[in-house]
Design a protein around this ligand. Structure first.
Ligand code: ADP
Ligand code: MG
Length: 288
């Protein structure tokens, strides 16, 4: 169930934090909230200060939530001087896909064994990625698939979070979700903060486009000139998520075999067309 486990800080995680373009105030809020939550929980008992130590990042797929969560873990780790916090990324799909009756057991094991074992050694930051898979809204479960098991898994997750909140005051949970409406309300209510990471704004898209072009230009310097047209690319790309936008700029040279062979020959017109096609496709597939 553990997708990754490392000690922080790490330079790769620091790069992740910088790579995601969102308003600076959002990043500040995330770091400040996480640090305050850890500090309050070290100082007070849960009874005195019912802080759960959990932040939820919610938003459409491809908006940078997972990357931002990993970067946040690193920012927190950098501020916790004198300790090397452990970072653990959980793959809830691995828990949820366990066979009948197993997912409840696995979720219980996660919160009662796996995380506490690590927390016993020092501060621990846990990323529950796409958490709706283990904390599905019990009210919305229908009788198909495996509702009883899913129901129990959600119960186990809630109970597990409560145990962590009370007994393991040096654990920070960062949860992400693409489908907040599918998340159990009792889960959401335990979050100290819920941040909505929306589609990238004009200024965020400008940064993403310039970042991608800069990278390409480091190999094909002629592409640097395309940045003069960035405003047009920004205007054309409204509605694209950050992942799609980055990919579109990066792969625009695939528009013709000629530019695929020599990306340095890509024109602004070609890039604009690639962006328009991406927006058009996205709206037709129903993502927008
Ligand atoms: N706001 C953004 N700024 C820069 N890059 C972004 C942004 N949103 C997404 N990306 C790009 O998309 C990639 C995937 O993001 P990811 O964290 O997996 O999104 P999510 O978890 O929301 O689906 C990132 O590594 C990054 O390259
Ligand atoms: Mg993700």
């Amino acid at each position: 169930m553990i997708a990754e486990e490392i000690e922080l800080p790490s330079t790769a995680f620091a790069a992740a934090w910088n790579s995601i373009k969102v308003e600076a105030a959002l990043k500040d809020r995330l770091v400040a909230g996480a640090l305050l939550s850890l500090q309050l929980r070290q100082t007070f008992s849960f009874e005195d200060m019912p802080v759960h130590g959990m932040v939820v990042l919610s938003g459409p797929p491809g908006t940078g939530k997972t990357t931002l969560a990993r970067g946040l873990a690193n920012q927190v780790a950098q501020s916790l001087k004198g300790s090397r916090p452990r970072f653990v990324q959980i793959d809830p799909h691995a828990l949820a896909s366990a066979s009948l009756g197993r997912s409840q057991k696995e979720v219980t094991r996660l919160f009662h064994e796996v995380i506490p074992e690590r927390a016993a050694q020092g501060p621990c930051i846990v990323l529950l990625d796409e958490v709706e898979t283990i904390a599905a809204d019990r009210q919305k479960l229908s009788l198909d698939s495996n509702p009883v098991d899913v129901h129990r898994a959600t119960d186990a997750a809630l109970a597990g979070i409560d145990v962590l909140s009370r007994k393991h005051r040096n654990v920070l949970l960062i949860a992400t979700t693409n489908f907040p409406e599918a998340l159990d309300k009792a889960f959401l209510s335990r979050a100290d903060a819920i941040e909505d990471i929306g589609l990238p704004s004009d200024s965020a898209r400008l940064e993403i486009i310039e970042d991608a072009l800069k990278q390409l230009a480091s190999r094909w310097p002629a592409l640097d000139a395309l940045r003069k047209r960035s405003k047009e690319f920004v205007a054309a790309s409204a509605g694209l998520d950050g992942r799609r936008l980055r990919k579109t700029v990066t792969f625009a040279a695939a528009g013709t075999v000629e530019t695929a062979k020599d990306p340095g020959r890509m024109t602004a017109h070609q890039l604009l067309q690639a962006i328009e096609t991406a927006v058009d496709t996205q709206s037709r597939v129903g993502v927008l």
